[in-house]
Design a protein around this ligand. Sequence first.
Ligand SMILES: Nc1ncnc2c1ncn2[C@@H]1O[C@H](COP(=O)(O)OP(=O)(O)OP(=O)(O)O)[C@@H](O)[C@H]1O
Ligand SMILES: [Mg+2]
Length: 222
Amino acid sequence: MGAILTAENIERIYRVGKTDLPVLKGVSLEVNLGETLAVMGESGSGKSTLLHVLGGLDKPKSGKVQFNGQSVYDMSQARLARFRSANVGYVFQSFHLLPELDIVENVALPAMATGSRKDAKVRATELLSEVGLAERVGHRPQELSGGEQQRVAIARALMNEPDIIFADEPTGNLDSKTGEKVLNYLFQLIEARRHTLVLVTHSQEVASRCSRELFLKDGLLI
Ligand SMILES: Nc1ncnc2c1ncn2[C@@H]1O[C@H](COP(=O)(O)OP(=O)(O)OP(=O)(O)O)[C@@H](O)[C@H]1O
Ligand SMILES: [Mg+2]
């Protein structure tokens, strides 16, 4: 299996006041097509930062991120935005759903810009039923429980059939039983569609469900 994503020597430094805080100090990795990769590490070790850099959301100070051989941060802003919407799905720890839209519209959103709205809503409804929310389609996010909202966010991440999905502690805000249920949905969908997954987690149990585990420590992956 070939690499879908490679990162070479990624450095990311935050400037806080007058001090530089180096978070990633030369991280390199390859993500293989179809694998599920867990990234672990202490709070503050830079896991979210790394996920943002890999996902085309945050340009590193130096180093290279390549997706299918294309250098992500050499793309123009417009091309990078198109690349992200076509190839990448994100699931964040705090759902990031839009309160003014119902959940079908929330899920359909990534496809609204490019395709037909009607087709997008049909597919969004299908995805919602695959995550067990068929009965909630007319609802808005704030009318759902945390676990249900995270399932909406998972459906949204899959909407455009992305090649790669980044999930940042997707069950971090949920009780362990609900988290387990949400993860079951995520892994079922990913396995059925052979998506590639990079998952940040604090839980060894969750990491064990992935095909590979990496640890971020002192700015490097081990
Ligand atoms: N925008 C920012 N400006 C300055 N420092 C930041 C910024 N974002 C993150 N940091 C710092 O960078 C370090 C890494 O943050 P990051 O969010 O990547 O950690 P993390 O491993 O995801 O932690 P957690 O497990 O708590 O989510 C932290 O020390 C944090 O304080
Ligand atoms: Mg984080």
